[in-house]
Design a protein around this ligand. Structure first.
Ligand code: AGP
Length: 594
């Protein structure tokens, strides 16, 4: 949901570095791009609507003078994606430039006031009030830093802001509230950025900026002040992600690279067993109920968590959509463990719910991004070890979330058998990946389908939901996941000749029942793709197409493995439809607005 970068370089021009860094954040927004630098008497600005490569081909974005600047990729919230609405935004005198991620809730009232004072606005964005407020305070005699402090006293909402001014040409000032912003401390370069991948090439030294703190970057270094204007001596963390982890390394897209990294992501996540055990030991005697809270793919991981914790540990468990949490949180108490699943750790809906749950209950966050807001708000944290995920559609972070949930549930229930099974999951995933071409072939057949259905029972039901979400997100084909037994209660009316139905059929007690549902849809003309196990002759004979998986993968661990062919199917259908699976339309990697 928009990406921002700001930097000051000791020796070099900032624009090429800003272009390189902001390109690493394109997964956060790709409807427009802009860069501004400050020199002497001028703000040098280039911006336009479209993907970075398109706008760069037209404007040569790196060709701007000056060793300090800011950059932005946009996911539109206020105002359509156009040049005028793209960031950076300027004040009236073209002396101050601002980039912003988030939403200024009271911008209309501020705009009205400023217009009365004679300010003229060019764009439809909420952001544009910020450079005008900065201008007003600078005109009153403030330096840029103080002007920013006064501005954040006025604006309400979520924001990460970076600003430059021609009056202080070697400086970037920045702040945040409810939107991510990290500070990067290189040897000859200093950064602010929405996420790590932007700066990994230049430094691994990170400072996490807290809400209300203001950071000032200059050629001499970094100063961070709290809301009382005290200079802070903040800890520098070294993150162990490498720049290569955020590159395609020969793959056509990040999505397929990340699908191929799922074995190692699970292995690394399962290696966190001691940390998970410590948390389980601390809380297990003190909880009688669990509630998962999450959005999207993370919600699907949570559904699997419900089946696991209720079945294995016998603890009543519910799953709530984060955006609906406030309507149903009333029964939480100090015996409830509320588990927040979020790969980014910055999803606004999830963070709002986390704040509320912290008041009454124990909170645990399962998060992929170290230092993200969820890791700092939750009482307990499990970090998944997927590494940076750049593709907008979650793949390796999803299976890593599942791995953490399985580990947590197995330790809570002291289920040694499940722990042993989990260790074999990376090998099962590798076997699936070896047969990638089979799915690629099948995908050609379905690339013009208009609707897809996915069905599964028990542990396979969340797989069906996640398979359908992946399809919708990157192929724009309508897909619905259903509990296999529910289909006949209504949705079966939609089944018609040739409609693809993906049936998820791992070995287990309910296999026969789902086979009956498969036959019901076939009888109405559906074209069934069965995802089952080697030796499943019933499925092999009946389904039009099959993809087979190691028969040791039973229904309980199926969510970790059976999702992989479904991710690959969506990927190749998207490619066959000539779509970019890494940057699906209308989506952003991290949704920082409610
Ligand atoms: C996943 O493919 C989606 N882009 C989306 O549903 C995502 O899972 C959701 O927005 C939650 O994000 P989070 O895990 O970062 O909180």
């Amino acid at each position: 949901m928009c990406g921002i970068v700001g930097c000051v370089l000791k020796d070099d021009d900032a624009a090429p570095v800003l272009l390189d860094s902001i390109s690493k954040l394109e997964y956060r927004g790709y409807d427009s791009i802009g860069i501004a630098t400050a020199t002497g008497n001028t703000i040098n600005l280039k911006k336009g609507a479209g993907k970075i490569a398109e706008v760069d081909a037209e404007l040569d974005l790196a060709d701007l003078p000056g060793n300090c600047g800011i950059a932005h990729v946009r996911w539109a919230t206020h105002g359509d994606p156009s040049e005028i609405n793209s960031h950076p935004h300027l004040d009236e005198n073209n002396a101050i430039a601002v980039v912003h991620n988030g939403i200024i809730e009271n911008y209309l009232a501020i705009k009205e006031e400023l217009e009365k004072e004679g300010h003229e606005f060019k764009s439809d964005t909420d952001t544009e009030v910020i450079p005008h407020l900065l201008e007003k305070f600078v005109d009153e005699g403030c330096d840029l830093e103080l002007a920013l402090r006064k501005t954040i006293d006025i604006i309400h909402g979520a924001y990460a802001i970076a600003a430059i001014s021609i009056k202080e040409p070697n400086k970037v000032v920045a702040t945040r509230k409810d939107s991510p912003l990290i500070v990067g401390v290189g040897e000859k370069e200093y950064f602010v950025a929405s996420d790590f991948p932007a700066i990994l090439k230049y430094t691994n030294n990170i400072i996490y900026l807290e809400e209300g703190e203001i950071v000032t970057l200059t050629g001499d270094g970094i100063t961070i002040k709290d809301s009382e204007d005290n200079i802070l001596d903040k800890e520098v963390d070294v993150i162990d992600w490498s720049p290569e982890m955020a590159q395609k390394e020969g793959y056509d897209h990040f999505m397929i690279k990340e699908i191929h990294e799922q074995d190692i992501a699970i292995k690394n996540t399962l290696a966190e067993r001691e940390i998970v055990k410590k948390i389980v030991d601390e809380i297990k005697d003190d909880i009688n109920r669990v509630a998962f809270v999450a959005c999207g793919t993370s919600y699907h991981a949570s559904l699997t968590g419900k089946y696991l914790i209720e079945t294995l540990a016998g603890i009543p468990t519910e799953v709530l959509l984060a955006s609906e949490f406030k309507y149903s949180q009333k029964s939480l108490n100090d015996k409830t463990l509320v588990i927040f699943i979020t790969q980014s750790g910055e999803t606004a809906d999830t963070l709002k719910a986390l704040d509320v749950a912290n008041e009454t209950s124990k909170t645990l966050a399962i998060v992929n991004v170290a230092g993200s807001s969820a890791t700092r708000k939750a009482q307990y944290v499990i970090q998944t070890q997927a590494g940076p995920e750049i593709g907008v559609a979650a793949t390796k972070t999803y299976v890593s979330q599942l791995a953490s949930i399985y580990l947590f549930a197995a330790l809570l229930a002291d289920n040694k058998e499940l722990l042993e099974k989990l260790d074999k999951v990376p090998d099962y995933i590798n076997e699936v990946l070896e047969n990638e071409d089979k799915i690629k072939d099948i995908s050609r057949k379905y690339r013009f389908a208009r609707d897809f259905f996915y069905i599964g029972r028990g542990y396979s039901y969340p797989i069906a939901l996640e398979g359908a979400l992946k399809l919708k997100e990157i192929t724009y084909i309508h897909g619905e996941g259903y509990a296999a037994g529910e289909l006949k209660h209504g949705p079966i009316a939609l089944i018609d000749d040739g409609i693809p139905v993906v049936a998820i059929l791992p070995p287990g007690d309910d296999h026969k029942k789902t086979m009956s549902n498969l036959e019901e849809v076939q009888a109405r003309g559906a074209d069934v793709l069965g995802i089952g196990s080697y030796g499943d002759e019933d499925l092999i004979t009946k389904a039009q197409d099959t993809f087979l998986i190691n028969s040791e993968v039973d229904d309980i661990i199926a969510p970790l493995v059976y999702i992989v062919p479904l991710q690959i199917l969506s990927y190749y259908v998207a490619v066959a439809r000539d779509l970019d699976p890494d940057k699906p339309k209308n989506l952003a990697k991290c949704v920082t607005v409610e």
